[in-house]
Design a protein around this ligand. Structure first.
Ligand SMILES: CNc1nc2cc3c(=O)[nH]c(N)nc3c(CC[C@H]3O[C@@H](OC)[C@H](OC)[C@@H]3OC)c2[nH]1
Ligand SMILES: [Zn+2]
Length: 374
């Protein structure tokens, strides 16, 4: 039985976006889907019950962080990630490739793998395709990612070509090392930067290895929105229609809608929870910084169009006070709202695809959110 199955429901006649369902051993989730990030086996400040209340279909955790702390052996002994964090729905883990390049210094990349320093205590570490696969098999997520290099942006064509070829060799090594416990699905990650020829080469290499799903990596690393959209326009059509497509590290409201329009099914980003922790909210009228003095005596909800627990029960003045007073409950209320906002937006995206009007939805949302203001 294949670890996961993508069920295509329909394609939006106005844009080419696709509505689908991904079936996994821990249940199914509708796509296009936003996946809340729970890097250290928790979506910061949220309980599994609250994530279910906001209809999160799948959440993420991070191999790099869980390997370093508490250790993948402990998570395995505890019964795996689902049991450890009390989440019985789908989980996806990244391979750690990105964190090695984004968090640690003194790293050296060799054919064998990457030597680097622990980003907290500076100790020497080594991560390879085999090691990253072993860690993810121990964690037991339903979807795991191949160990890749996410090259720095910008990169020269020659650097990127060599990197893509090594990432393809590493993908093969991950497949060979994959123990397939719990019937886990290993996704390949397409690289190649902004070079169409290299994206084609990377996609061709990985498709020949027949992964059950494909991620588009190497984006949301500092390139402009125009470059990201252009890369998506020539990359998603290269990928099989009957497999999920996951755009890594992408999560602003605008990028999610633009990605869905270009055929992406899955997205992740730390943005909603990260900005929530400094009191910045995503609302139907654009961003709102609740710690600003303007909200000290504002007794209305964060977002009058929002049906979430936070907006139904608490005022801007109260949340303003909690954030100013550095009260943990304030972080919970802002995180709850931001996650609900993005999950609800994706529900509206799926509905717009059903009605063949995602382009119109994009225009309405961008107008209301203030994206079109100069
Ligand atoms: C922010 N922009 C961004 N571009 C990215 C590109 C890549 C990539 O090419 N390869 C790999 N392997 N990972 C990438 C990632 C990390 C996502 C993870 O990093 C963690 O969020 C920071 C989170 O961990 C729970 C998530 O898990 C899938 C990216 N993030
Ligand atoms: Zn709300």
């Amino acid at each position: 039985m294949t670890a996961i199955r993508y069920e295509h429901i329909k394609t939006c006649k106005q844009t080419g976006a696709r509505l689908g369902i991904v079936h996994t051993p821990h249940g199914s989730f509708e796509t296009p889907a936003f996946m809340p990030v729970g890097t250290q086996a928790t979506v910061k400040t949220m309980s599994p019950e609250e994530l279910k209340a906001m209809e999160a279909g799948i959440i993420l955790s991070n191999t790099y962080h869980l390997w370093l702390r508490p250790g993948h052996d402990i998570v395995k002994e505890a019964g795996g990630l689902h049991k450890f964090m009390n989440w019985d729905r789908p989980i996806l883990t990244d391979s750690g490739g990105f964190q090695v390049f984004s968090l640690s210094k003194f790293r050296t990349i060799e054919e064998e793998g990457v030597h680097f320093r622990h980003h907290l205590n500076g100790s020497k570490l080594f991560l390879s395709p085999e090691k990253a696969t072993e860690i993810q098999n121990a964690l037991g997520a339903d979807i795991m990612m191949a160990f890749d290099e996410c090259p720095p942006y910008p990169a020269t064509y020659d650097y990127m070509k060599a990197s893509v070829e090594r990432t393809s060799r590493w993908a093969e090594r991950c497949l060979n090392a994959h123990q397939r416990p719990h019937d886990q699905a290993l996704f390949g990650i397409v690289q190649g930067g902004e070079f169409e020829a290299l994206r084609k080469q990377s996609a061709k290499d990985l498709i020949s290895m027949d992964f059950p799903g494909y991620a588009i990596g190497g984006l949301s690393v500092g390139e402009s929105k125009e470059v990201m959209n252009e890369v998506l326009e020539f990359t998603t059509p290269l990928l099989p229609e009957d497999k999920p497509r996951y755009l890594m590290g992408v999560g602003s409201p605008r990028s999610l809608i633009d990605g869905a329009i270009r055929g992406v099914d899955m997205f992740d980003c730390v943005l909603p929870t990260r900005i929530a922790r400094n009191g910045t909210l995503m609302t139907s009228k654009g961003r709102l910084v609740v710690r600003n003095a303007a909200y000290k005596r504002d007794y209305g909800p964060l977002d009058e169009n929002c049906t979430c627990y936070t907006c139904q029960n608490y005022s801007r003045a109260y949340i303003h006070h909690l954030i100013r007073a550095d009260e943990t409950f304030g972080l919970r209320l802002t995180s709850y709202h931001n996650l609900h906002f993005l999950l609800n937006m994706m529900k509206q995206v799926r509905e717009a695809i059903r009605q063949d009007r995602l382009g119109d939805f994009r225009d309405e949302f961008f107008e209301q959110y203030g994206f079109n203001k100069p």
